[in-house]
Design a protein around this ligand. Structure first.
Ligand code: COA
Length: 335
């Protein structure tokens, strides 16, 4: 890392981007595979359809496309990007997928790395990148959330396969010496409750030679205790956001938009109710995309920015939550 170059105090938001694959898997189609129905899925989750990556498409491809549209909105020269952080739990290369996004972008002056925190990953990555910017080491960063959960879903498990989809989103952020539009944040994990939602390694044994065994690399499909995850989300997210409002001297009346990880409409409604944030301020697009893990928050923000709902200087309360268990929140001023 280079020496500190700038005397910076904060972060400003310069652009957003997103990408979803064009293959659509509707509830009707899923109900041909497992014993479920459009009515059941919609009423329990709010989801109607989700996107599934084409077989020649991976997390780097999706992340690259989302990053490129964010960079175009920010109107940056690619060479001026210092940092690329990719939040993903489904890398196409376990050694790291972010450098291949760097290569596709031609961002020769950036350092790029992956960060894994499941559905909290985007917020954890945003907070991580902002620390480099506020510390003065880097000026411009692209934060990407991209996941391809379709590769790890058990498509015979009706309790979980209905929830997930593929996609990517990205934000372009820049350091500034004048203000800080990342007004406050918080993060938490609880590994004790990790077994409620995980994507564990397979632990299949083989032998190299004589008495020297090894574990073959590979993963089992997603395992989830839906009820416990639901209870965790509707309890922890409002507590964290409420504390954050207090810490930053905000109250929920001042929030223009609540952008939650798009897991389930009932979770979004319940968190909104507990925080006394009215439904019209809760942004949702999970009907079209389901739960795209690390991608949901930037995918939702990009859609709302491009259709002029989120405007310059709007206050956004956001929270990601999921496997780990992990959860994080931030108060942002857009711009
Ligand atoms: N279609 C039809 N029936 C289904 C079904 C499906 N897709 N999935 C489960 N069921 C059945 C169950 O088998 C059960 O039947 P039974 O009573 O005969 O045993 C019944 O519906 C109720 O199951 P339950 O698990 O209690 O449902 P639920 O109301 O908790 O809804 C979830 C299930 C998954 C929708 C809900 O728990 C949830 O959204 N949890 C949060 C999950 C989440 O967001 N995970 C990602 C976090 S990042």
């Amino acid at each position: 890392m280079e020496e500190i170059k700038f005397n910076q105090i904060g972060v400003s938001f310069k652009g957003s981007g997103s990408y979803v694959p064009d293959q659509i898997l509707t509830n009707q189609k899923i109900s041909k595979k497992v014993d479920t129905s459009d009515e059941w899925i919609k009423s329990r989750t709010g989801i109607s359809e989700r996107r599934i990556s084409n077989i020649d498409e991976n997390v780097s491809d999706m992340g690259y496309k989302a990053a490129l549209t964010a960079i175009e909105m920010a109107n940056w020269d690619i060479e001026t990007i210092d940092l690329i952080v990719l939040a993903t739990s489904t890398p196409n290369d376990l050694f790291g997928s972010a450098p291949s996004i760097q290569a596709k972008l031609g961002a020769a002056n950036a350092v790029a790395f992956d960060l894994t925190a499941a559905c909290s990953g985007f917020l954890f990555a945003l907070i991580t990148a902002s620390q480099f910017l506020k510390g003065g080491s880097f000026k411009r960063a692209i934060v990407i959330g991209a996941d391809q959960l379709s590769s790890f879903v058990d498509w015979n498990d009706r309790r979980s396969c209905i929830l997930f989809g593929d996609g990517a989103g990205a934000l372009a952020i820049e350091s500034t010496s004048e203000f800080d539009n990342l007004i406050g944040f918080d993060m938490s994990t609880d590994g004790e409750r990790g077994s409620f939602l995980n994507l564990p390694s397979k632990n299949n044994k083989d032998s190299i030679i004589d008495n020297i065994d090894f574990l073959i690399g590979g993963f089992s499909p997603i395992k989830m205790n839906g009820q416990e995850v639901y209870k965790f989300a509707v309890r922890e997210v409002p507590i964290m956001l409420d504390n954050l409002f207090r810490k930053t001297n905000f109250n929920s009346d001042q929030v223009d938009w609540l952008v939650l990880h798009q897991a389930n409409q009932r979770i979004l409604d319940s968190v909104g109710e507990r925080l006394k944030i009215p439904r019209e301020k809760i942004l949702t697009n999970l009907e079209k995309y389901g739960n795209t893990s690390a991608a949901t928050i930037p995918l939702m923000m990009d859609e709302a920015i491009r259709n002029n709902r989120i405007k310059q200087n709007d206050i956004i309360a956001t929270s990601g939550f999921g496997a780990g268990l992990s959860w994080g929140a931030a108060i942002i001023k857009w711009g």
